[in-house]
Design a protein around this ligand. Sequence first.
Ligand SMILES: Cc1cc2nc3c(=O)[nH]c(=O)nc-3n(C[C@H](O)[C@H](O)[C@H](O)COP(=O)(O)O)c2cc1C
Length: 195
Amino acid sequence: MTTQSPPAFYNDLAASLDTAWQLWGRGTVDRHSAFHAPVVTSVDESGNPQARTMILRAVDREARTIRFHTDQRTAKMQHWKLNPRVCVLGYDASKKIQLRVGGHVDLHTSDAIADNAWNNSRPESRAAYSVKNVPGHVVDAPGDAPQSSEEGRENFAVAMVEVDSLEWIYLNAGGNRRALFAWQDGVLKSNWLQP
Ligand SMILES: Cc1cc2nc3c(=O)[nH]c(=O)nc-3n(C[C@H](O)[C@H](O)[C@H](O)COP(=O)(O)O)c2cc1C
């Protein structure tokens, strides 16, 4: 039996943070990546936590943002308008790494950020925004696949997560590693946590 040496980030806070951002970045381009479709939360009007899967569209480490696309008519949009706090969670079972982001959501519906995101979306992605029925409403029949159309633009929104914390967990038989990276007024504090 061979013992695998731990990865370079094992005892290295900065390398763990680098790896975390690389994994989010990979999630934007590799649909097989576990971080391509993380769980994104909101808090509803009654204070109940809500979670759903969303496709990761872009990550900007310098700006500390993570971009998602959604329909303006969805429940989560209403939740975030009342309470923009959000958690983004992903777990890669093959790498044994969990990433948990904390932050707030900035909603973009009719500015250059939304326009650019819409213009760069594929027709298949745009199609979902053309449906006439409000997402989540009860319908008589499940319906056919929607056709892509420019009409969908008015329902399209960018949900930009401004990251203020990132928690890292790496599972390893030789000892798990947990770290918290938190930004306050742009200043990063990095700490190991008891796993
Ligand atoms: C793999 C997968 C990817 C999804 N990606 C998105 C997405 O990028 N944006 C989105 O609004 N909903 C996406 N959904 C649907 C959401 O999970 C959710 O069902 C829907 O947005 C309604 O959520 P809400 O009622 O909480 O607003 C995705 C679902 C799955 C299963």
